[in-house]
Design a protein around this ligand. Structure first.
Ligand code: KIV
Length: 300
C-alpha cells in the first residue's frame, strides 16, 4: 500500500532526552531551567513546560509530606517519589536529592544509597549538600558511575548548624570558604552546582570561577540557571514565601474555590447530574419498573 502524501509531511523533530553532558555543556550558554517535582502529575507538568532538569528535591518533606524541614525525609521516601517521576519518562534530566544521613556516614553508604535512587528510583543523577568535606563521597559516587550535582550556600540539611534558614556567605571569610568549596566539589567531579541563599555578587563570582553550570535559588541573576520549588511557582504553598520566589499562579485559591463548589453542589443535590450517572438499558429499566409495580422489588 502506497503511503498517503501526508505521511511524508515533515514532522517537528521530537525533542531529545536531556543528558548529563547536555547539562554540563550549557555552562555560560542558554540558561538552565530546573524545577522540582515529586510525583507523576507534577513531573508531567514540569516536563510539558520544557524544564531541562527535574529535581526530586528533599523539599518533598516540607511541601508534600508536611514536615517542618527536610531532615525527616528518608531514602525510602526519595526512592518512591523519584520512581513516580521517572515512570513518566520525562525529556528532562531526573536528579534525585540524597536525603539527610545517607551520605554523611561515608562513601560506601553514599554509593549504596545513591545506587538505590538510580536502580529503584530511575534517577539519572543525584544531588547532595555540603562543601569540601563531601569530596570523598562525591569521588566514590563518580567512581560508581553516578553523576553528582553539588549544593552550596544555604544547605537546608545543615539547618541546625546554620541556626535557621539564613542567607550564607555574607562576610569575606565565608565568601572565600564558599569559593574554595566550589572548587573542591568541581575537583571531585560534580557536573553542576546548586547555589542557594547567597548574595547575587557571590553567586556571580562562583559562576565566573567554576567550569560547571551553577543553578541558583535565591542567588541572583548571575547563575547559569535557576531552580524553584513546584509548589512555590504555582502558588500551592501556604504562608509567606521567601523573597526569591516568584509566583506564576495562585492554584491554591483556584483549587479551594473548585473544591468548595463541588461541596456546595453535593449539599444542594445538584451533583451528580443525569449525564454524570450510569443508567440501565431501557429494557432492564422497564422490567425493574414492572417488578416495582407488582410490589416485588427483589427477584421473584
Ligand atoms: O530540595 C529541594 O527542593 C532543593 C532545591 C531548593 C534546590 O534542594
Amino acid at each position: 500500500m502506497s503511503p498517503r502524501s501526508g505521511d511524508h509531511a515533515p514532522r517537528p523533530a521530537a525533542p531529545s532526552k536531556i543528558t548529563v553532558p547536555d547539562v554540563r555543556s550549557r555552562k555560560g550558554g542558554e540558561k538552565l531551567v530546573m524545577l522540582t517535582a515529586y510525583d507523576a502529575p507534577s513531573a508531567r507538568l514540569v516536563d510539558a513546560a520544557g524544564a531541562d532538569v527535574i529535581l526530586v528535591g528533599d523539599s518533598l518533606g516540607m511541601v508534600v509530606l508536611g514536615h517542618e524541614n527536610t531532615l525527616a525525609v528518608d531514602l525510602d521516601d526519595m526512592v518512591r517519589h523519584t520512581a513516580a517521576v521517572a515512570r513518566t519518562r520525562p525529556r528532562a534530566l531526573v536528579v534525585a536529592d540524597m536525603p539527610y544521613l545517607t551520605y554523611h556516614t561515608g562513601p560506601r553508604d553514599a554509593v549504596l544509597a545513591a545506587g538505590r535512587l538510580v536502580r529503584e528510583g530511575g534517577a539519572e543523577a543525584v544531588k547532595l549538600e555540603g562543601g569540601r568535606r563531601r569530596v570523598p563521597v562525591i569521588e566514590a559516587l563518580v567512581d560508581a558511575e553516578i553523576p553528582v550535582v553539588g549544593h552550596l550556600g544555604l544547605t537546608p540539611q545543615s539547618l541546625h548548624v546554620m541556626g535557621g534558614f539564613r542567607v550564607q556567605a555574607r562576610a569575606l571569610e565565608a565568601i572565600d570558604v564558599l569559593i574554595d568549596d566550589a572548587h573542591a566539589l568541581v575537583g571531585a567531579g560534580v557536573f553542576a552546582l546548586v547555589l542557594e541563599g547567597v548574595p547575587a555578587d557571590v553567586a556571580r563570582l562562583v559562576t565566573d570561577e567554576v567550569p560547571v553550570p551553577t543553578i541558583g535559588i535565591g542567588a541572583g541573576e548571575g547563575c547559569d540557571g535557576q531552580v524553584l520549588v513546584f509548589h512555590d511557582v504555582l502558588g500551592l504553598s501556604e504562608g509567606p514565601t521567601p523573597r526569591f520566589v516568584r509566583r506564576y499562579a495562585d492554584l491554591q485559591a483556584a483549587a479551594v474555590e473548585a473544591l468548595a463548589r463541588f461541596a456546595d453542589d453535593v449539599r444542594r443535590g445538584t451533583f451528580p447530574a443525569r449525564e454524570e450517572t450510569y443508567r440501565l438499558p431501557r429494557r432492564v429499566a422497564d422490567a425493574l419498573d414492572e417488578r416495582r409495580r407488582r410490589g416485588t422489588a427483589g427477584r421473584s
